[in-house]
Design a protein around this ligand. Structure first.
Ligand code: ADE
Length: 396
């Protein structure tokens, strides 16, 4: 992955040479270049700001240095262009889902604004030749984009394959499956009179996993009730939902074949990818989608996946919703659908899914969940597309 950062304070970004990111650069996993915006000025004082048209407090960043700096980036790209990210308090919220989306890009450029902001025409000019996204770290104002870039680059780069040694540790993190992380402890077992919860010393791995899942729910309910959507509903059925890993591929392949036989009958066609695709293709799907699996006492009994649409980033695609045939009719599918909807990035406005034109049961459930069938043929032959406008998040 390549990352370019443009700033009038290049030294501010020195920490990007340390720790995990420094190591990723040394290993050649990350090509990170910090450029001084003032190198693209042409006056003696290397001026980057001017007074705002229309009056008002503070200064505005001039368009010319930004234009020249972006021209230089494009000229350097041998036909490729970066996805330009401009951190700013007026942007869409930066989230784990957004970090994951950006981690799949080959080239990112960050433009660090200062003062009252960058002349609006810079965004317009850039958007005519590259994707441009304005992202905010949160609802507070920093003095410039540099601190935000440190945070965003760290969140993104650690998701680039190979950067974090133990990929499992990424799966188990806060926000990865919609819940916060469980509390962790290390030696000594008693410290200042405070004991480590005894279950963690028991050696009973099943009991430990159940305790941790419960702690995640309790912690999320206490600190971030807005995140507690359908994971609760599944929990009350005694089911556990996890982010799928490559190790789930074989069971997933078996489950999807079992689940799609009824679809083949309903649509009088065997030409349905989830029914026929290879294990290799299932593995590929796990890399391209955020997939969750539901387990009942260890058995894989359900799954769903979601991703931001490549054509329209404000659309969240939900797909491969499946529940083992013997457990259908208990509301598990509806809960999984709600879970996948809840995992959509905050800025997603439309939820999209696709099903066979003859899949009456699916269509009934989706309509009940508020989806409307789009006109004409769906994205795949013999299917229909369904969409639903997203409800604003609590308080939003
Ligand atoms: N620049 C200034 N404030 C910011 C924020 N909240 N997020 C990202 N970049 C910023």
């Amino acid at each position: 992955m390549r990352i370019d950062v443009l700033s009038i304070f290049p030294d501010y970004l020195d920490p990007l040479g340390l720790s995990l990111i420094g190591k990723a650069r040394e290993q050649g996993l990350l090509d990170l270049r910090v450029r001084d915006l003032r190198d693209y000025t042409h006056d003696r004082h290397r001026t980057v700001d001017d007074t705002p048209y229309g009056g008002g407090a503070g200064m505005v960043m001039k368009p010319e240095p930004w234009g020249a700096a972006l021209d230089a980036l494009v000229a350097d790209g041998a036909g490729a262009v970066p996805h330009l990210v401009v951190p700013g308090p007026g942007g869409m919220p930066f989230s784990q889902a957004m970090a994951r989306t950006l981690a799949s890009e080959e080239w990112l450029a960050f433009a660090c604004g200062r003062y009252e902001g960058i002349d609006e025409r810079v965004y317009e000019d850039a958007a005519s030749r590259m994707p441009v996204t304005v992202l905010s770290l949160g609802d507070y104002v920093l003095s410039g984009g540099e601190v935000a870039v440190l945070a965003m680059v760290e969140a993104i780069v650690r998701l680039v394959p190979g950067v974090v040694g133990n990929a499992e540790s990424l799966v188990e993190e806060s926000h990865e499956d919609g819940l916060l992380e469980y509390p962790v402890y290390t030696r000594p077992s008693v410290w200042r009179g405070l004991e480590v919860p005894s279950v963690l010393l028991s050696g009973d791995h099943g009991a430990i996993a159940r305790w941790r899942q419960r702690q995640r729910l309790l912690r999320t309910a206490a600190r971030r009730p807005d995140l507690l959507h359908a994971s609760e509903a599944l929990g009350s059925e005694g089911l556990e939902i996890h982010v799928a890993t490559a190790g789930d591929a074989a069971e997933l392949s078996t489950l999807q074949r079992a689940c799609w036989v009824s679809e083949a009958i309903a649509n009088a066609s065997l030409d349905i990818p989830p029914l026929t695709e290879s294990l290799q293709a299932v593995r590929q799907g796990l890399r391209e989608w955020r997939t969750w699996v539901v387990r009942d006492s260890g058995r894989l009994v359900g799954s769903v996946r979601g991703r931001r649409s490549a054509q329209d980033p404000s659309t969240w695609e939900v797909s491969r919703l499946m529940v083992a045939p013997d457990l259908q009719g208990r509301g598990i599918g509806r809960a999984l659908l709600a879970f996948a909807e809840g995992a959509a990035p905050e800025d997603a406005r439309t939820l999209w899914l696709n099903t066979g034109r003859g899949s009456a049961d699916n269509l009934r459930m989706y309509k009940k969940a508020g989806y409307r069938i789009g006109p004409g043929e769906g994205t795949f032959p013999g299917t229909v597309d369904l969409t639903k406008l997203r409800q604003p998040v609590r308080g939003g």
